[in-house]
Design a protein around this ligand. Structure first.
Ligand SMILES: [Zn+2]
Length: 285
């Protein structure tokens, strides 16, 4: 083929355009699931969103990735307003806070103090930073409900918030819950397997029996799903601890794998090998 002088810059331009963020999210649709008369869960790409709507306006929990902000805003219109009054970031990860630059200028953003610091460190624009930070717990009185926002230290990260809607028996657990899947635990951002499991145990013991649970990732869940999750976490971490105590190396453990009954848990973002690595590292750090 003859070289065509005009093709070179065109080729370079195509290479530059192909893997853009926008393309990755082009096919994503925002689906709404109604939990109660005034709470819905939005599913798109990234962390699940909760929308609490009523006469005071919208309270939203998490905002996925920035390129989805327009689609999320369009989905919010069915709840009577396209911008939230309050926005909670359950933690700092980009699949939960990516929309902050779009929603932050109009909403009061709430988060644990360490989330604000991590977003500052990661270069979040000023308008997307949380304006209201807290340390242990904070209560939001909104739309006739009482929303307990609680911090669980050193769980998925060092800035995790869980939101419990007291009058509606609904909870959003952020990434303290990957329903039906092995979780990612961000050990480099202050996460810890041991206190993650303690947090889940406390939630299993204290959430109401008929609670509807919005997990950070995975489908709408209930308390039995959270109990299954707790069992998986304790059994797999005990197993890895036993193998460490028996003097086994990480590569021996990943070769041996986990019992067959856990196969389904490894079909998400974190496969069996990565989960064993997280358990091993958290136990030996
Ligand atoms: Zn996360």
């Amino acid at each position: 083929m003859k070289f065509r002088w005009w093709a070179a810059p065109l080729f370079a331009l195509c290479i530059a355009m192909v893997p853009s963020m926008q393309d990755r999210f082009a096919g994503v649709e925002i689906e709404a699931i109604e939990l109660t008369d005034n709470i819905s869960m939005l599913i798109g790409a990234g962390g699940n969103i909760a929308v609490h709507h009523g006469e005071d306006g919208l309270f939203m929990i998490d905002d996925q990735f920035e390129p989805l902000a327009e689609k999320i805003q369009a989905a919010l219109q069915q709840f009577g307003d396209d911008l939230p009054t309050y926005l909670l970031n359950t933690h700092h990860h980009g699949d939960h806070t990516g929309g902050n630059p779009e929603f932050g200028p109009k909403a009061s953003v709430i988060a644990h103090a360490s989330v604000r610091q991590r977003l500052v460190d990661n270069g979040m624009v000023r308008a997307g930073l949380p304006e209201i930070t807290y340390e242990d717990s904070v209560t939001l009185h909104f739309n006739g409900d009482t929303v307990q926002i609680r911090h669980f230290p050193h769980a998925h990260t060092d800035g995790d918030s869980v939101a419990i809607f007291e009058n509606s028996q609904v909870a959003h657990l952020g990434d303290l819950f990957f329903s039906g899947r092995f979780p990612f635990i961000d050990l480099d951002s202050g996460g810890s397997v041991a206190s993650y499991i303690d947090a889940i145990e406390e939630l299993v013991d204290t959430l109401p029996e008929d609670v509807q649970i919005i997990p950070g990732h995975g489908p709408l869940s209930n308390l039995d799903d959270l109990r299954d999750y707790f069992e998986m976490l304790t059994e797999t971490s005990d197993l890895v601890q036993e193998r460490i105590d028996a003097g086994k190396s990480l590569s021996e453990m990943t070769r041996e794998g986990l019992p067959e009954k856990f196969a389904e848990w490894g079909t998400g973002f974190i496969n069996e090998e990565r989960w064993i690595q997280i358990l091993h590292r958290s136990a030996t750090d």
